[in-house]
Design a protein around this ligand. Sequence first.
Ligand SMILES: Cc1cc2nc3c(=O)[nH]c(=O)nc-3n(C[C@H](O)[C@H](O)[C@H](O)COP(=O)(O)OP(=O)(O)OC[C@H]3O[C@@H](n4cnc5c(N)ncnc54)[C@H](O)[C@@H]3O)c2cc1C
Length: 384
Amino acid sequence: MDFELTEEQRLFRDTLRDFVDREIRPVVHEWEATDRYPTEIVERMKGLGLFGLTVPEEYGGLGADMVSFALVFEEISKGWMGIAGILGSHSLSCWMIARHGTSEQKERFLPDLAAGRRRTGIGLTEPGAGTDLQGIATVARRDGDHYVVDGRKTWITNARHASPLPVLVKTDPATTPAHRGMSVLLVEDGFEVLRDLPKLGYKGTESCELVFDGVRVPAANLLGGVEGRGMQQVLSGLETGRINIAARSLGIAQAAYDEALRYAAQREAFGRPIHDFQAVQLKIADMAIKVQAARLLVYWAASRADAGDRVDMQAGMAKTFASEAAIDCALASMQIHGGYGYSKEFAVERLYRDAPLMSIGEGTNDIMRTVIAKALTSGKESIG
Ligand SMILES: Cc1cc2nc3c(=O)[nH]c(=O)nc-3n(C[C@H](O)[C@H](O)[C@H](O)COP(=O)(O)OP(=O)(O)OC[C@H]3O[C@@H](n4cnc5c(N)ncnc54)[C@H](O)[C@@H]3O)c2cc1C
């Protein structure tokens, strides 16, 4: 068994670490507190080619393997998870267009998406339906060589910057089961951003509610060119999306551990560093175990995807464990910091606010557990 990164992956990780140290760490505290849009960091990410992570090389992207993909989200989230959000749904949708788009759609969108000249996101969730995507109410009615879209989407990351925004719609609302009447439209303009949703954490990147009021979308923008495949296209994209969230969780957990280790060595109580106390040592050991176990699950799920397997179960396991490790480690790190941990002057407070989103986004952990159990009880997957 080989648990090591390749030389190329190590070099890529070092480049990312250097980028995070130079461009993100110096500004994260101030920019996160003011919820400032990190335009300069986005420009630097374009320069590194990161918007082309999941775009094949023939369209000007990096065509990165899934382990390298995970490294990007881990390393950036060690510095600021909100920045990883800007790349997250962009990468998911680039992957979906590369995998399911027509040749014309790939040629038209992928080179610009890879360079960051165009950006994207994913429009699935609605005010009345998130987990239950077959319950969405957004409808696209065919009108000549266009679709006319009516509905609402909410919590859409990157909404102000996305063109095209892949939007899950019902092209045949009467069909049962509902997923057979669902499609993805690549919407370039015409929707209204109603508002930015106020959030506990995940600052820097926008999360918006959108209205589609008779938005006309050319029929040529139907992803893959065939109606009724939207749910299947989206679910395959979410597989990579869950590796991204698992890797972001790992980054948060590692950062919480790093902060705790550093603080416990510096802070003195009763004439000695607090890391001499067994109660603190137990927390540090538990955090290290969780971080390392999360890392193995994340890289394992990513490497199974690189081997060409379907990884619904593996990505679900990695996402569930790593996100819960992030939540546990953020709290333990805060406790090790004592009163300072509760202060906005220390990074651990941000990690504590960012961690819970990891158990919600791209499928809640409840749903991850049902996906894992279904794969095992149906005999499709096994462990041991
Ligand atoms: C900051 C942020 C950014 C986001 N970005 C995007 C984005 O870019 N694009 C996008 O489309 N969406 C986005 N989302 C939405 C996110 O994907 C949904 O919030 C998530 O899928 C859960 O859906 P919901 O909020 O409707 O919760 P619900 O589906 O209403 O779930 C509520 C609770 O019920 C449980 N539950 C529901 N159904 C079941 C079931 N069958 N079995 C067991 N438990 C169940 C859930 O686990 C959860 O605990 C974002 C959300 C947030 C908070």
